[in-house]
Design a binder for this molecule. Structure first.
Ligand SMILES: C[S@@+](CC[C@H](N)C(=O)[O-])C[C@H]1O[C@@H](n2cnc3c(N)ncnc32)[C@H](O)[C@@H]1O
Length: 328
């Protein structure tokens, strides 16, 4: 772990060697299953992070602007309730919406430190550099790492901690591991800490599907980007254009899935793993699930993780919610 010092910024980078190993393990595990699967964290190389930012601007992608409007309306109340002086953000990305929280903390006179955690080093460093300029006196301690594996390396809280996990990313976990993950977060909040979760809500499936399959094809590019990551990092030889983007809402499980469907028979080699993978025509590779929530589903998850709801903020159409939680 090597801290790199910029003005006001410390970045601990813990991915370096271990990361490729995780990618290799995930590929070996995921591409040899009956339903082939890859975890969504591997979308986010520099290009993947840029594509995600472009998705956030799309007319079909309602979550970003809806969550931002909710935060605009409730940030001051959240800061007053929590007295937060430190903001830890999981999957911080370009940290655009984060500014709403940081500004509310600055206005309340509590803002001390921001701790972003992301696998995307470029996105984290860029946002950290911008934020110390925008918020004079702010200290940033970033962690380039995997929030599923590296939260033990977070710095100790140095003020009342607010941990946020925005954008509905919690929906990428299937139910069992979601609760396990939330239990782990509860332990990192400190005695007075709170958790702020952005959750996308159950709604018209057509609207959800459009958000994951935009007319301009940016989400399709984002989805296929994971194959480019495998080609570059593991020397795989995926013909990226031979896979089409698929997004559908599973009404029983209430989650949306993104998949890549082979347009024709494909044989792919992954030399780094001495692996050959066959895709039958129209065979699909699942690349993401995104669970849609109800208030009661989230309350049950929080209870299973030793937390309770301390605030529930939503837009008037109830498309998205920002949930404030605290350990019981
Ligand atoms: C859906 S984007 C959300 C970005 C931003 N928080 C927002 O609300 O717009 C998910 C972010 O989490 C990061 N990410 C995904 N899986 C991760 C993991 N396992 N550990 C750390 N960061 C991860 C990605 O790099 C990306 O920046």
């Amino acid at each position: 772990m090597e801290p790199v010092l910029d003005t006001g910024v410390v970045v601990d980078c813990v991915l370096a060697d271990g990361h490729e190993r995780t990618l290799a393990d995930d590929v070996l595990d995921g591409l040899t299953r009956p339903l082939k699967e890859l975890p969504p964290k591997h979308f986010y190389d520099t290009r993947g992070s840029e594509l995600f930012d472009a998705i956030c601007e799309l007319p079909e992608y309602y979550p970003t602007r809806t969550e931002r409007a909710i935060l605009d309306a409730c940030a001051a109340e959240i800061v007053a309730t929590t007295g937060a002086g430190e903001l830890v953000e999981l999957g911080s990305g370009s940290a655009r919406k984060t500014r709403v929280l940081l500004t509310a903390m600055a206005d309340a006179g509590t803002l001390q430190r921001y701790v972003p955690v992301d696998v995307s080093e470029a996105a984290l460093r860029e946002s950290a550099a911008r934020l110390v300029e925008e918020y004079p006196g702010l200290r940033v301690h970033g962690l380039v790492g995997d929030f599923e594996r590296h939260l033990g390396l977070l710095p100790e809280p140095d003020a009342s901690r607010l941990m946020c996990f925005l954008g509905g990313t919690i929906g990428n976990f299937p139910p069992g591991s979601r609760r396990r993950f939330l239990r782990g977060l509860a332990k990192r909040l400190g005695t007075e800490g709170h958790l702020l979760l952005g959750v996308d809500l159950v709604k018209d499936p057509l609207m959800i599907e459009a958000a994951y399959d935009d007319a301009a094809g940016i989400t399709a590019e984002f989805n296929r980007n994971v194959l480019r990551v495998l080609n570059r990092e593991l020397g795989a030889d995926f013909d990226v254009d031979a896979f089409e983007h698929v997004a559908f809402f599973d009404t029983e499980r209430e989650w949306v899935e993104m998949r890549l469907r082979a347009r024709s028979r494909q044989t792919v080699t992954v030399p780094a793993l001495a692996l050959t993978v066959e895709f039958a025509p129209r065979e699909e590779l699942r690349t993401e699930i995104s669970v849609k929530f109800t208030r009661s589903r989230l309350e049950a998850d929080l209870a299973a993780a030793g937390m309770e709801l301390a605030g529930w903020f939503t837009d008037e159409r109830e498309w998205f919610a920002t949930a404030l939680a605290r350990p019981i």
